[in-house]
Write a protein that binds this ligand. Structure first.
Ligand SMILES: [Ca+2]
Length: 176
Protein backbone atom coordinates (compact mmCIF):
# COMPACT_ATOMS: atom_id res chain seq x y z
CA UNK A 1 0.00 0.00 0.00
CA UNK A 2 2.76 2.42 1.00
CA UNK A 3 4.63 1.66 -2.19
CA UNK A 4 1.49 2.35 -4.22
CA UNK A 5 0.93 5.68 -2.46
CA UNK A 6 4.57 6.62 -3.00
CA UNK A 7 4.37 5.66 -6.66
CA UNK A 8 1.16 7.72 -7.06
CA UNK A 9 2.81 10.76 -5.42
CA UNK A 10 5.86 10.53 -7.65
CA UNK A 11 3.65 10.19 -10.72
CA UNK A 12 1.51 13.18 -9.66
CA UNK A 13 4.63 15.30 -9.05
CA UNK A 14 5.98 14.41 -12.47
CA UNK A 15 2.69 15.38 -14.12
CA UNK A 16 2.63 18.69 -12.23
CA UNK A 17 6.20 19.48 -13.25
CA UNK A 18 5.39 18.79 -16.91
CA UNK A 19 2.24 20.94 -16.71
CA UNK A 20 4.09 23.78 -14.99
CA UNK A 21 6.81 23.76 -17.65
CA UNK A 22 4.46 23.63 -20.63
CA UNK A 23 2.28 26.31 -19.06
CA UNK A 24 5.02 28.95 -19.08
CA UNK A 25 6.75 30.91 -21.81
CA UNK A 26 10.52 31.06 -22.44
CA UNK A 27 12.52 34.07 -21.28
CA UNK A 28 11.85 37.14 -23.43
CA UNK A 29 8.43 35.75 -24.42
CA UNK A 30 5.12 36.95 -22.96
CA UNK A 31 2.03 34.83 -22.70
CA UNK A 32 -1.02 36.21 -24.53
CA UNK A 33 -4.02 33.90 -24.86
CA UNK A 34 -2.67 30.43 -25.64
CA UNK A 35 0.54 31.66 -27.26
CA UNK A 36 3.91 33.04 -26.22
CA UNK A 37 4.97 36.22 -27.98
CA UNK A 38 8.31 37.88 -28.58
CA UNK A 39 7.87 41.44 -29.84
CA UNK A 40 10.69 43.30 -31.59
CA UNK A 41 10.05 47.03 -31.74
CA UNK A 42 13.20 47.35 -33.85
CA UNK A 43 12.16 47.50 -37.51
CA UNK A 44 13.69 45.08 -40.02
CA UNK A 45 12.77 43.64 -43.39
CA UNK A 46 10.60 40.51 -43.58
CA UNK A 47 13.47 38.07 -44.13
CA UNK A 48 15.48 39.28 -41.13
CA UNK A 49 12.31 39.19 -39.00
CA UNK A 50 11.59 35.63 -40.12
CA UNK A 51 15.16 34.51 -39.45
CA UNK A 52 15.20 36.18 -36.03
CA UNK A 53 12.07 34.31 -34.98
CA UNK A 54 13.50 30.98 -36.11
CA UNK A 55 16.68 31.59 -34.12
CA UNK A 56 14.42 32.00 -31.07
CA UNK A 57 12.71 28.68 -31.79
CA UNK A 58 9.59 30.54 -32.88
CA UNK A 59 7.81 31.73 -36.03
CA UNK A 60 6.41 35.04 -37.23
CA UNK A 61 2.91 35.35 -35.83
CA UNK A 62 -0.27 34.43 -37.69
CA UNK A 63 -3.71 35.01 -36.19
CA UNK A 64 -5.91 31.96 -35.56
CA UNK A 65 -9.14 33.95 -35.46
CA UNK A 66 -10.70 37.32 -34.58
CA UNK A 67 -10.20 36.80 -30.84
CA UNK A 68 -6.52 36.02 -31.33
CA UNK A 69 -6.16 39.21 -33.41
CA UNK A 70 -7.97 41.32 -30.77
CA UNK A 71 -5.88 39.95 -27.87
CA UNK A 72 -2.63 40.37 -29.76
CA UNK A 73 -3.46 43.89 -30.96
CA UNK A 74 -4.23 44.94 -27.38
CA UNK A 75 -0.91 43.47 -26.23
CA UNK A 76 1.03 45.26 -29.00
CA UNK A 77 -0.67 48.57 -28.21
CA UNK A 78 0.31 48.14 -24.55
CA UNK A 79 3.95 47.98 -25.75
CA UNK A 80 3.61 51.32 -27.56
CA UNK A 81 2.77 50.32 -31.13
CA UNK A 82 0.31 52.95 -32.29
CA UNK A 83 -1.43 51.35 -35.27
CA UNK A 84 -2.57 54.74 -36.52
CA UNK A 85 -4.42 54.40 -39.82
CA UNK A 86 -1.49 53.78 -42.14
CA UNK A 87 0.47 50.92 -43.66
CA UNK A 88 3.53 52.66 -42.20
CA UNK A 89 2.57 51.37 -38.75
CA UNK A 90 2.64 47.68 -39.59
CA UNK A 91 4.13 44.59 -37.99
CA UNK A 92 5.36 41.63 -40.04
CA UNK A 93 3.42 38.35 -39.98
CA UNK A 94 4.29 34.83 -41.17
CA UNK A 95 2.52 35.01 -44.54
CA UNK A 96 3.92 35.56 -48.03
CA UNK A 97 3.56 34.47 -51.66
CA UNK A 98 7.26 33.90 -52.32
CA UNK A 99 6.76 30.21 -53.13
CA UNK A 100 3.73 30.70 -55.36
CA UNK A 101 3.27 34.01 -57.10
CA UNK A 102 0.21 35.89 -55.84
CA UNK A 103 -1.11 32.96 -53.80
CA UNK A 104 -0.59 33.89 -50.17
CA UNK A 105 0.00 31.11 -47.64
CA UNK A 106 1.74 30.47 -44.33
CA UNK A 107 5.47 31.01 -44.86
CA UNK A 108 6.35 28.16 -42.47
CA UNK A 109 4.26 25.37 -44.01
CA UNK A 110 2.64 26.66 -47.21
CA UNK A 111 -0.75 25.94 -45.62
CA UNK A 112 -3.79 28.13 -46.16
CA UNK A 113 -4.13 31.25 -44.00
CA UNK A 114 -6.41 30.29 -41.06
CA UNK A 115 -8.00 33.72 -40.63
CA UNK A 116 -7.99 35.67 -43.92
CA UNK A 117 -8.59 39.10 -42.52
CA UNK A 118 -7.35 41.35 -45.33
CA UNK A 119 -8.08 45.06 -44.91
CA UNK A 120 -10.27 46.58 -47.68
CA UNK A 121 -8.66 46.76 -51.16
CA UNK A 122 -5.88 44.33 -50.15
CA UNK A 123 -3.98 42.41 -51.36
CA UNK A 124 -3.43 44.71 -54.36
CA UNK A 125 0.21 44.11 -55.37
CA UNK A 126 0.49 47.85 -55.90
CA UNK A 127 4.30 47.95 -56.18
CA UNK A 128 4.27 45.23 -57.97
CA UNK A 129 6.57 43.15 -55.75
CA UNK A 130 4.30 43.00 -52.73
CA UNK A 131 5.16 39.43 -51.82
CA UNK A 132 5.11 39.70 -48.01
CA UNK A 133 2.27 40.37 -45.59
CA UNK A 134 2.04 42.72 -42.63
CA UNK A 135 -0.66 43.55 -40.10
CA UNK A 136 -1.85 47.14 -39.69
CA UNK A 137 -4.75 49.47 -39.08
CA UNK A 138 -5.06 50.43 -42.73
CA UNK A 139 -7.93 51.49 -44.99
CA UNK A 140 -10.01 51.93 -41.83
CA UNK A 141 -9.70 48.34 -40.64
CA UNK A 142 -7.31 46.11 -38.71
CA UNK A 143 -5.99 43.28 -40.83
CA UNK A 144 -3.44 42.04 -43.33
CA UNK A 145 -2.06 43.81 -46.39
CA UNK A 146 0.57 42.82 -48.94
CA UNK A 147 3.71 44.93 -49.22
CA UNK A 148 7.31 44.70 -50.44
CA UNK A 149 9.42 42.39 -48.28
CA UNK A 150 12.23 44.93 -47.88
CA UNK A 151 10.19 47.45 -45.92
CA UNK A 152 11.36 47.80 -42.32
CA UNK A 153 8.69 47.02 -39.72
CA UNK A 154 8.63 45.77 -36.13
CA UNK A 155 7.68 42.11 -35.90
CA UNK A 156 6.16 39.53 -33.58
CA UNK A 157 7.36 35.94 -33.06
CA UNK A 158 5.04 33.32 -31.60
CA UNK A 159 5.35 29.97 -29.90
CA UNK A 160 2.37 27.86 -28.95
CA UNK A 161 1.65 26.56 -25.49
CA UNK A 162 1.26 22.82 -25.68
CA UNK A 163 -0.64 22.25 -22.44
CA UNK A 164 -4.36 21.84 -21.91
CA UNK A 165 -4.53 24.90 -19.67
CA UNK A 166 -7.75 25.66 -17.79
CA UNK A 167 -9.73 28.25 -19.73
CA UNK A 168 -9.81 30.64 -16.78
CA UNK A 169 -6.01 30.94 -16.89
CA UNK A 170 -6.10 32.32 -20.42
CA UNK A 171 -5.88 36.07 -20.69
CA UNK A 172 -9.00 37.84 -21.86
CA UNK A 173 -9.16 41.00 -23.96
CA UNK A 174 -10.48 42.98 -20.98
CA UNK A 175 -7.28 42.19 -19.04
CA UNK A 176 -5.46 44.75 -21.17
CA1 LIG B 1 -0.65 46.23 -50.85
Amino acid sequence: MTVQVLFASVLLSAVLVVLARSDSCPDDFTRVGNKCYYVSLEATNWHVADRTCRKLGADLMVFDDAQDQALTTAHLKSLGLTFSDSYRHSVWVGINCLGDRRHFSLSKTGDEIPFKNWVPQQPDNASPEEDCVAFANYNRAYGYHDIECDFDFPFVCERRLSCLCPRQQLLKAEDF
